[in-house]
Design a binder for this molecule. Structure first.
Ligand SMILES: [Zn+2]
Ligand SMILES: [Zn+2]
Ligand SMILES: [Zn+2]
Length: 327
């Protein structure tokens, strides 16, 4: 029988339909070409640093491991204050001010985050934290969303491994829902409680160390969904210690690598959730990994209720067996 499970972060019910469980072979690996014009030289490869404006680069001894560039087609841009205009009773608009940057994750065109060394993943996380800190100082901005899209099916349009950082003058709906989830929770912190409860249960864990936990959430709405939660309670990614950032970076590598071992080269989204810059209630920053292995049908789009055909306990068991040994 299917089962309803409540996502306490967003307050949404999901349907766990494990009996319909399909074998991993039923999930498609990446098939669509990422690049519209594959012959075009890659703007993110070494040697093309004069292409998009480099804002900062990070790496040991003069070479870059991670490079931050301005997005050529920014979703958010400019410094106009967020003045909301009502054009009649139902049309409301505001300027999409803000910042949209690209983080080139590695000079290696053919790598992915799953291939990064722990040291390299730490540099990626430091870069993210540094850029976010800078964005918090821009007047009018309230929230930063960092993402990594892998594969055309997940929204990537450039093959070279990269992430994006979008900083905006409002708090987006998903974050607002999660903030409401934290304030609804009867206890100290919702995710600190998740850490305790999952450590006790154990069967949804993929990987743990003294800094971080990787798990398949009890309320997973998509097959093989994962969440990476630092143990240290902090609302903001950009205020995390270097040790925590490094541990989370390495945990992302392990999670993505396990996914690739288990399911092949599938498309996925990695989403970093940190509180709005100024937050009054409780929050605990974390990372979501959502494999793009199934398409949302009309029921899911129409109702907002996700149907997950792989029980998270099953997903965790399979992924746990695929986590690479520490190097
Ligand atoms: Zn490249
Ligand atoms: Zn917490
Ligand atoms: Zn979240």
């Amino acid at each position: 029988m299917s089962q309803l499970r409540l996502d306490p972060l967003t307050g949404r019910w999901v349907v766990i339909a494990g009996e319909r469980s399909e074998r991993p072979s039923a999930f498609v690996t990446r098939r669509l070409p990422v690049e519209a014009e594959p012959s075009r030289p890659c703007p993110f490869c070494p040697g093309h640093e004069n292409g998009p404006t480099t804002l900062e680069s990070y790496g040991p001894g003069g070479q870059w491991w991670v490079r931050v560039v301005a997005n050529r087609y920014p979703a958010f841009g400019g410094r106009e204050p967020m003045v909301v205009t009502h054009l009649g009773p139902v049309f409301t608009q505001a300027p999409a001010s803000g910042i949209h940057e690209v983080l080139v994750l590695t000079p290696d065109h053919d790598a992915s985050w799953a291939d990064l060394s722990d040291g390299h993943a730490a540099v990626v996380m430091q870069a993210l934290a540094r850029r976010m800190t800078e964005h918090t100082e821009v007047p009018g901005l309230r929230y930063s969303q960092a993402v990594v899209n892998w594969g055309r099916e997940a929204g990537a349009s450039i093959e070279h491994p990269h992430g994006q950082l979008l900083s905006m003058p409002f708090v987006p709906g998903e974050t607002a829902s999660e903030l409401a989830g934290f304030s609804r929770f009867q206890g100290n912190c919702l995710l600190c409680a998740v850490i305790d409860a999952e450590e006790e249960a154990r069967h949804r864990l993929l990987y743990v160390d003294d800094q971080v936990m990787v798990l398949c959430p009890f309320w997973s709405g998509t097959p093989y969904e994962m969440m990476i939660v630092p143990r240290a309670h902090s609302a903001h990614l950009f205020r995390a210690s270097p040790e925590t950032l490094a541990a989370v970076g390495a945990a992302v590598t392990r999670a993505l690598s396990a996914l690739r071992v288990r399911l092949g080269d599938i498309a996925y989204n990695v989403m970093f959730h940190s509180a709005p810059y100024r937050v009054s209630g409780d929050y605990h920053w974390h990372v979501h990994v959502h494999p793009q292995v199934s398409t949302r049908g009309g029921f899911e789009l129409g109702s907002g209720v996700l149907i997950n055909v792989v029980r998270p306990e099953q997903a965790a068991e399979e992924l746990r067996a695929a986590v690479p040994a520490p190097v």
